[in-house]
Design a protein around this ligand. Structure first.
Ligand SMILES: [Zn+2]
Length: 157
């Protein structure tokens, strides 16, 4: 069985690998896939793909056979045009290449799960990263366990 810590580490490494997409034609900038070359350098790919038809046509017409990276770039342009909205596009890119670089700690999403039956119930927190879905429950649990209960907390359960 894979240890939770190992899984978390793998998730972290995956995040690190995604700091720059393969050929740096496209990079994550403020959580948006951003074009990193040519006339639209520094602009959101989603916006360019949906507003700069001339550019898109030129890119798609260029012989992408010359470069696997360029072909990949053009696929992304197509994905940007087909995407329902920018969030969908970002999610697609994130799935394809790995999530945008981020600190999992800063995107913690916590939910409360209740186990048990009618007579005995136990609640525990389930925490995960909102971006890469890394399981952060253990660190949240440690934080909760370390916390010295105040006298006011008595009877909290
Ligand atoms: Zn994360």
């Amino acid at each position: 069985m894979l240890d939770l810590a190992v899984l978390t580490l793998i998730a972290t490494l995956l995040c690190l690998q995604s700091t720059i997409l393969d050929a740096k034609l496209l990079v994550w900038e403020d959580g948006r896939p951003t074009i990193a070359f040519g006339p639209h350098y520094g602009k959101s790919m989603y916006e360019v793909a949906n507003n700069e038809l001339g550019y898109v046509n030129k890119m798609l017409a260029s012989s992408s056979g010359d470069s696997a990276h360029l072909a990949e770039f053009n696929i992304c342009l197509g994905l940007a045009i087909l995407a329902e909205d920018e969030d969908c596009f970002n999610a697609t890119i994130s799935k394809r290449y790995g999530p945008a670089p981020h600190e999992c700690d800063e995107h913690v999403e916590i939910s409360l799960e209740v186990d048990g039956c009618r007579d005995y119930q136990e609640a525990h927190f389930v925490a995960s990263c909102g971006i890469c879905a890394a399981d952060l429950s253990e660190s949240i649990q440690e934080w909760a366990d370390d916390r010295e209960p105040d006298s006011e907390d008595e009877g909290w359960y």
